[in-house]
Structure formats: C-alpha cells, structure tokens
Write a new protein. Structure first.
Lengths: 439, 308
C-alpha cells in the first residue's frame, strides 16, 4: 500500500478551514494557492486548519468538527494557541509559509512520517437514543421521541409554503459552517428545504477592516487609499458569494482582482462574465428583501441597495470635491445587493483614480463611511438578529445567498496588530519563516 | 460463445467505466485550469492521486446511518452507469448488449437513478445529504419525462427502440439536424440527470456536498467514479441518438463515437464550469413550463417528419 500513499501525497492538499477571529485572511490566501484545495465539509479533508483565535464558547464545536475528519488526518493551527486537548499539534504564524506548512504536514501524514490526530471525543452519540420504538417510529401518528437528542421530523404546524405538507426538521448549524459569517451559529427549522424558523444563537465574530479606516478616524487620509481598501473589502465578499453560487472561476477572479487592486484596475471583465453567465437571472439570489427600517439598521451598501440614499461620504468636503453622490438600487433583495456591491466597487475605483490624480484627502474624521456601514458616534454593530426576521420563508439556497450578501458582523474597535493595508500582515520579525512551526 | 457474449462485453464495459471516468476527471481539470482555477502538478496524475487518496482514507461513519443502503447506493449508481454504457453502440456490430429495447433500458436507468440518488442521501441520516436527496426526487421526474419524449422522437424515424437502429436511421441526416430541438433539450436534461454543474442541486455547494457531504474514503471514490461514468454513458447515448453514432467518413466507426462523445462531454463540462447553479425553484419552472412543452413540440415535429 506504500505506493498508494505515495501517489496520494501528490494531490492538492484537501483542507477544511475552521475560522477563528480574523481567520478569513488565511482562507483567501489559500484559495489562490495551487497546492491547496479548500473543502466545504470536514469529511472531505485530510487537514484541519484552525485559523485565528477561537473563543472559548466555540471549543466544544471545534472538538466536534475535529473528530469529523476521517482518518488519517492532521491539524494545523494558524495564529492561535491550540485549545485544551489539542496542544500537540503544528502551530504556525507566518501567512506566506502557511501553504508550504500544510503541504508538508499532509505529505508527512501520507508517507507515514506523522501520526493521525487522535480523536478527542468518545465515539458514541452525544445524547442517548430516546426514540419511540426500535426505529423511532413509535408515538402518535408514527412519530414521536427525541432520538439522539434531536426532535424527530414532525408534521409542520404552520404552513408557510404552498399547502404541501412536509415534515419540519430542527437542527443547529455553525459556528464553522463555510457559508455563514465566521463564528455564527443558528438553530434552524426546515420544512423540506424551506426555512421555517431561524434563531441566531452565536453572532459572527467582529470583523477587522483595513487599518486605513481606523486611521481615517484619527486624521485625514488619501481618498485613493481609502477607496481601494473599500473595493477590496467588497471583492472579498463577492468571492464568498460567487463560490456559494457555484461560480468557482469567477470567485477566484474576484479574489485575484482584490489581491492586485490598484487605481488602474477595472471590474469590467468580471461584471461582463457575471452578466453573461446568467448570475443575476439564474442563481438562487431572489428574496431576502430588507424593509426600510431593517435596511437602515444594517446601513452601508445593503441600505443603499434598498434605495436609501445614505452615505457619510456625502458630507465630506474631499468627496464633494470629487463630485461624489451615492449610487443606489431599488429592489433591496439579494440580487440588488450584489448589483450594489458591483456598482460600489466601480465607484470606488473611479473615486480612487480621481483622488490619486488630484491628490485629495478626507476632511471628516468623526463621521466616516466604512464598507460595512456608517461609523459616526458608534461603529457598525452586529446585525445578525436581522437574519431571524428575513430568512424564514426562503428556500435553503436563497437563504444562504441572502446571508452571503449581507455584511452583518460588527466592526472591531481597533485593528488587530496583525493587519495592515491590503493583506500583508505585520508580524514580529522573530516570528518570520517556518521557524514559526512548532510540533 | 461465452467469450463473445459475456466476457468481451463485460470487459468492454469495465474498460469504459475506468477510461470514461478518468477522461472526465482530466477534461474537467483542464477546463478548470483554463478558466483560472489554480492547479498543481500534472492533470494526468491528479485524478489518480485523488483516487489513491480516497483509497487510503477511512470510510467514516455518521450517527445511526442505514449502513446497507449507504454503502450500496454508490455501487448501485455505478451499476446503473455501467448498464448505460453497455447499450452504447460503437459500430453496427460492436456493442456490449444490442437489446431490441435498449432505448427503454436507458429510460429505466434514468428512473432508477432517482431511487439510488435518494437512497444515497437518505441513508446517511444527516441533514444536508437528506435535503440533497429530496431535491433530486423533486426534479427527477421532470428530467425523465423530457428525456423520454426526446428519445421517443429519435425512435420514430428508426421505427425501433434499439440504439443500433437509431444510429442506422441517421445515415442520410443526423437527428441533430432532423430534430433541432432534440439535442439541446437532451443536454440540459443530461446535466440535471447527472446532477452536474448548473443543475447540480443534489450534491451542491450550498449543501456542502449534498448527498456526498458525509462520505469519505472508498465509498466516495465509487460515488465520484459513478457520477463521472454516468456522464460518459449519457454522452454515449446522446452521440447515438443525435450525432449519428459511428457514422462518419474516413475514420473507423468507434473512433467517430469517441470523438463525438468527447465533444458532448466537453460541452457538458464547460457548461458545468461556466454557469451558476440554478435555484431549485427556477429549475422546476424551467423543466415543467419551458422544456417539457418544448419536448412535446420536438415529439410532434419528429412524428410529422416520420409520416412525411
């Protein structure tokens, strides 16, 4: 079997990323690496990557995900300290060395030079069998019981569909589900694939914006720099939205554009592709309409996609010099939000070009428009609760697309020391290189 | 006798299963690479390395799955793909099973695929796999209906339900031209039936892999090979039904079949990479409101053509 393992070691490394605080930077870096294949299910991976600090209240979920990887597998921790029970794993801090470290870990595993990670949890159901009858078929009307702690699929109580009676199924998802904002978990009841109820149980981690937005709160900054950072933020969101829609090559194009963004960049190619591929007509991006109050609560591009003409840049003398006026859509749904994101990227690139040419800086420091929304007296706060209101009634695919199109995570109070403009991390010189590896 | 009627056809089907699945894997990687997905190493080795990886990986368990059904479903789907490949004629005489009712047999493969795919999703006893199974069942009937109407259309001029006769009837004019609606309809249905690309709603990304979300190791390898082989079987049927099968000048018949099948595969795989995944509800509407009536028109067209 040795030759089989040797052959297997030549494949792209199948990695399941578990995202902690600020871990999405690693995700984007790996997505463009030819040696790494990011997978959406832990069952499809041989390497578990824990990227970013995991809060203690998510440890239990992490342990469960850890044990879902099929043997043999290994784990690697990036910019975080391994949690209890998982101390003896590889740890790395340097983003540039991460793909090589993953490849090394995988090859060692395949070639038998590294042992498979041990299971942490006992291999038994977390809850006892409490179904009615041998197969859970007992109880009234062939139903009943809570097998393994989960209520059985039952006839729905309220018909929110089309009269077709389907069983309701309640489950918990997150905080490491790839299509949720990192850190978010929810309890969901589905009828078939229609969302009946949605209760957000853990809100997404606060997101760190590019440091230029934090500097802009202290002193005037060049608008060109600010707008490029804004466009980059939106392109990162577009990457996740397009991946979910099944447009892998377009999602990677968005990521590449974000990586190499400059004032000479243009969105035209990507926009044309999205339009020709039928993304706006065929994909599951209908629904998720925000009412005016909901849109205002969320603010930013989502509000403007719902027709609210609100943008703090309008009040900035620097932006007024550039002739800025907010772009808006009218629909307020997922499709309108993606159109808005594209329009805002275009607008940001245009503003950046003008601002660079005329050397224009911001004038306001107390009231800035971040890509997440307005930051005046207080920074944009978490808006996950909105999902509980707008997701019920949507089909599963539409619901996930709605989540991808909404930037609900709060903004951190100050940038974490590991980030600077663009994606280049500030790291302690001592941490550089594969010396960051520890076994 | 045994050699000709049993051993050779079986060897032929096994060869097609392996070669077909490998070809699909290579072609799909080439297309993905051309469209900008980063690729490492050789595209020729990559599918083999992936296969070796799955062979060495453990087949995982879920909480209380229906073990027999769960392990059986990938093998059943592979068997269905093998049956599909067995009815594809390579020349007038070179065909694994030249049944008088091979078109009907292909129809039964499509119908049974619905059962097997649902079984695969349901037996894992997990959420996403189950939803993937539900989705396929919700759409499977529309695929089968459209496919059958279109195939009856090609059986009419041949006055036979045998694929070799269907090919022979295209001596003067391929069905691609004789029934212009047929192949486009059949290709769209093919993407649905093999749940590939824009119509991959059963094993889709929003379900983290759908019916295959919870499988690993050898069962996943069998499932992946079966899906690829089904795509090859489908392209073989499309080649026989619309592109004149082995008919063509200069080259030997089987070579023409290979070229035509590769062309169909290329189109399907390209569509798979270029188009976004359809919303399930829009897919239902597309099938029942647009494509099914079009398949009626195709059938009437074929009937009138056969009468004239």
């Amino acid at each position: 079997m040795n030759w089989l393992r040797k052959l297997a070691s030549h494949r792209r490394v199948p990695v399941f990323p578990v995202l902690g605080m600020q871990g999405d930077e690693a995700l984007r870096h790996l997505a463009l690496s030819p040696d790494i294949e990011l997978v959406d299910s832990p069952r499809h991976a041989s390497v578990l990557l824990v990227a970013g600090e995991i809060p203690a209240d998510r440890f239990e979920s992490l342990r469960r995900v850890h044990d879902q990887l099929p043997s043999s597998f290994t784990t690697l921790w990036f910019r975080c300290e391994p949690s209890p029970h998982l101390e003896s794993v590889t740890h790395i801090d340097d983003l540039d060395a991460l793909p090589a470290a993953l490849v090394t870990a995988y090859r060692e595993l395949m070639e038998g030079r590294r042992e498979s990670s041990p299971r942490i949890l006992p291999d038994k159901p977390p809850n006892p069998w409490e179904g009615e009858g041998d197969f859970g078929q007992g109880g009234e009307g062939m139903m009943g019981g809570v097998p393994y702690g989960r209520p059985m699929a039952m006839n729905m109580e309220d018909d929110i569909r089309d009269g077709l009676t389907l069983d309701s199924l309640t489950f918990r998802l997150g905080p490491f589900f790839f299509a949720f904002p990192p850190g978010m978990a929810a309890e969901i009841t589905l009828q078939g694939d229609l969302v009946q109820t949605w209760k957000t149980q853990l809100v997404a981690y606060p997101q760190s914006l590019d440091s230029v937005f934090f500097i802009a709160r202290e002193r005037p900054v060049p608008i060109a720099e600010l707008e490029l950072a804004r466009a980059r933020h939106h392109l990162h969101r577009l990457y996740r939205g397009l991946h979910l829609a099944g447009l892998e090559s377009a999602s990677l194009s968005a990521l590449r554009l974000a990586q190499n963004l400059s004032t000479t960049s243009t969105l035209e190619g990507l926009r044309r592709y999205l339009s020709r591929s039928g993304f706006f007509r065929l994909a599951a991006i209908k629904g998720g309409v925000l009412g005016p109050d909901q849109a205002r609560k969320l603010g930013g591009p989502a509000a403007r996609a719902a027709g609210l003409d609100e943008d703090l840049r309008s009040g900035d003398a620097g932006y007024r010099r550039l002739g800025f006026s907010p772009v808006c859509q009218t629909g307020g749904d997922t499709c309108a939000r993606w159109r808005q994101v594209l329009a805002e990227i275009d607008q940001s690139l245009q503003l950046a070009r003008q601002a660079e040419r005329d050397d224009v800086s911001t004038s306001e420091v107390d009231r800035i428009e971040t890509p997440r929304g307005p930051w005046a007296e207080q920074r944009p706060e978490d808006a996950s609760a909105l999902l509980d209101e707008i997701l019920p009634g949507q089909e599963w695919g539409d619901a996930l697309a709605t989540i991808a199109s909404l930037d609900v995570a709060a903004v951190v109070e100050s940038p974490l020391g590991t980030q600077t403009a663009g994606e280049s991390p500030i790291t302690n010189p001592l941490d550089k290189g594969v010396a960051g590896l520890s076994g | 006798m045994n050699l000709e009627e049993l051993v050779l056809p079986v060897l032929m089907v096994f060869f097609m299963l392996a070669a077909g699945a490998y070809t699909v894997a290579v072609l799909d990687r080439v297309i993905a690479g051309a469209l900008g997905t980063p690729q490492a190493g050789s595209v020729w080795i990559a599918p083999l390395a992936r296969g070796a990886w799955l062979m060495t990986q453990h087949a995982n368990a879920t909480e209380a799955p229906d073990w027999r059904a769960w392990r059986l479903a990938p093998a059943l789907y592979l068997s269905l793909a093998a049956i599909g490949l067995a009815v594809v004629p390579w020349s007038g005489s070179l065909v694994a099973t030249d049944l008088a009712t091979s078109v009907v047999l292909w129809g039964s493969v499509e119908a049974l695929a619905t059962v097997v795919i649902f079984l695969h999703g349901w037996s894992a006893n997990t959420l996403f796999a189950l939803i993937g199974g539900y989705r396929y069942v919700a759409l499977g009937l529309s695929y089968i209906l459209i496919s059958m109407f279109v195939l009856i259309g090609v059986a009419l001029p041949a006055e036979s339900l045998q694929f070799t006769q269907v090919v022979a009837s295209q001596g003067e004019l391929w069905n691609l031209i004789r029934q212009p609606l047929g192949l486009p309809l059949f290709l769209i249905v093919g993407l649905g039936m093999t749940f590939w690309g824009p119509l991959n709603l059963a094993d889709s990304a929003d379900l983290a892999g759908g019916t295959a979300a919870e499988i690993s190791g050898p069962p996943r390898l069998v499932w992946d090979v079966a899906r690829a082989a089904m795509l090859v079987a489908f392209s073989g049927v499309a080649t026989s039904a619309f592109l004149g099968g082995w008919l063509g000048p200069w080259l030997p018949g089987p070579l023409w079949v290979v070229i035509k099948m590769l062309a169909v595969l290329l189109v399907l795989l390209l569509l798979g990479r270029l188009l976004p995944r359809l919303a399930p509800e829009r897919c239902v509407t597309l099938m029942w409101v647009v494509l099914l009536p079009l398949s009626f028109i195709d059938l009437v067209w074929a009937g009138v053509g056969a009468l004239l």
